[in-house]
Design a protein around this ligand. Structure first.
Ligand SMILES: *[C@@H]1O[C@H](CO)[C@@H](O)[C@H](O)[C@H]1NC(C)=O
Ligand SMILES: *[C@@H]1O[C@H](CO)[C@@H](O)[C@H](O)[C@H]1NC(C)=O
Length: 428
């Protein structure tokens, strides 16, 4: 382990030393080019006619929505335990699709991300494709992410702010956001929930814990790259999973909680390095693809957008909770046995029983996804009660990995457009 850490440190130092050599100088004026279709084009980005300006690499979510010509509203949701969440809405009067009026769509992003994930592909982003199809689109950001760092009594500097696992997101944030949505769209509306990656786990947890409530207010769950138990994960995350509790304790003892968790802090570490030059961009994306899947569909033009929008900030307990999925569990946050006994009355954390889910659930997965692989998507579908199985679809391109569901060049064609058909059929 120590040798591994030492060699990693050496590689990182080496990359830092290369920076001055590889530097590409840009000028910060007006609508200059900021993205290019290949890594090599970035060397001449300034007056390269193949490069262009993408506002996704520059702005935050409400600005992107507005600048692309869509209406946007910002809603604050205060949870019962005091977190202040920011939810964006792209309101739609539904005249293109009258049936959609009663079915607002809620989009939930995954781990270390924000709602920007659904805005990354300009007008071909999932949020806009849904809006064009007539849907009223709501974009959530769970506690601790870049847009949701508020609390009535705490700040991000307080350790207690980050004392939050997937349980609080699924069982407190999601129901609170749903109440806000329904208060605007009408108590008889039924929400269509679309999640990506860990954003799907919250749906499964919420639907298992509150089967009655969720059946009443949710029309369907759409799970893109579902994260239930992930025993078949290929990525190196697997290596760290067994040490999860130890890592959490160490980070807390060293008071590093905030550096690991807060979006700004992490971004300060990663973004400058990865956008410094074309070779570093390539290295960074190859590193990320160890998690997402080796064969990717996204192009070099998305990399500045990706780093402008990631990381989104996530508590270390959520990272550890996600690691528990990799160990093959789908349960509440697992503490040491003694603490489990105090919190749950049993030495083991209670399991979320997904066979209780009553909401029709539709799954889309990819064969090239290393993070949420095909085998685990199949296990999930089998474990759902037959009444909840609304369908499962495989994306079978030779290169379409985990992150391509939000950033791939073909995402609209192979995921979003077919999905709109499924949703339209479901509400008809
Ligand atoms: C634009 O490109 C040409 C050659 O392709 C080069 O000579 C010129 O200096 C470049 N201009 C700027 C402003 O970089
Ligand atoms: C915030 O602090 C006040 C005063 O101490 C307390 O009454 C209230 O319950 C706290 N709210 C939350 C959500 O923790």
């Amino acid at each position: 382990m120590l040798r591994f850490v030492a060699s990693t440190v050496r590689v990182v130092l080496f990359l830092f030393l290369l920076i001055p050599v590889l530097r590409v100088r840009g000028e910060a004026t007006g609508e200059r080019n900021n993205v290019c279709p290949t890594y090599d084009d970035y060397y001449t980005i300034k007056n390269n006619s193949k490069c262009w300006y993408d506002l996704g690499a520059e702005y935050i979510a409400p600005e992107i929505i507005h600048l692309l010509g869509y209406p946007v509203q910002t809603h604050r949701v205060v949870t019962p335990d005091g977190y202040i969440l920011t939810v964006f809405r792209i309101p739609n009067d539904g005249h293109r699709n009258p049936k959609a009026k009663k079915h607002p769509v809620y989009l939930q992003h995954g781990l270390v991300a924000t709602c920007n994930n659904f805005l990354a592909l300009q007008k071909d982003s999932l949020a806009f494709v849904l809006w064009e199809a007539g849907y009223d689109v709501w974009l959530g950001n769970y506690r601790g992410t870049f847009y949701s760092e508020g609390h009535v009594n705490l700040t991000v500097r307080d350790q207690a702010f980050w004392d939050t696992s997937m349980d609080q997101v699924a069982l407190i944030d999601i129901p609170a956001i749903f109440q806000t949505i329904l208060s605007h769209t009408g108590a008889d509306s039924q929400i269509i929930y679309i999640g990506h990656s860990l954003g799907t786990s919250f749906a499964l947890m919420y639907g298992s814990e509150f089967p009655e409530e969720s059946r009443r207010i949710v029309k369907m769950f759409v799970l893109l790259c579902p994260a239930y138990t992930l025993g078949n994960m290929i990525s190196p995350y697997k290596v760290f999973a067994p040490y999860g509790n130890w890592i959490v304790d160490t980070v807390m003892d060293l008071k590093l909680q905030r550096i690991v968790s807060e979006a700004k802090e992490l971004g300060r570490l990663i973004t400058p390095v990865c956008l410094e030059s074309p070779p570093l961009m390539r290295v960074c994306m190859q590193f990320y693809n160890l998690f997402y899947g080796a064969k990717a569909d996204f192009g070099a033009e998305i990399v500045p957008v990706y780093f402008r929008q990631l990381p989104g900030g996530t508590s270390i307990k959520i990272l550890n909770h996600a690691a528990d999925l990799v160990l093959g569990n789908f349960r509440k946050y697992n503490y040491a046995p003694k603490i489990n006994l105090q919190k749950y009355g049993s030495r083991k954390a209670p399991v979320f029983d997904i066979s209780k889910i009553e909401v029709p659930t539709y799954i889309v997965y990819s064969t090239q996804d290393w993070a949420t692989p095909e085998a685990d998507a199949r296990i999930l579908y089998r474990n759902l009660h037959p009444r909840a199985r609304h369908g499962i679809r495989k994306v079978d391109l030779p290169n379409f990995n985990h992150i391509d569901f939000v950033m791939g060049r073909h995402a609209r064609k192979v995921v979003y457009d077919p999905l709109i058909q499924v949703i339209n059929d479901a509400i008809n």
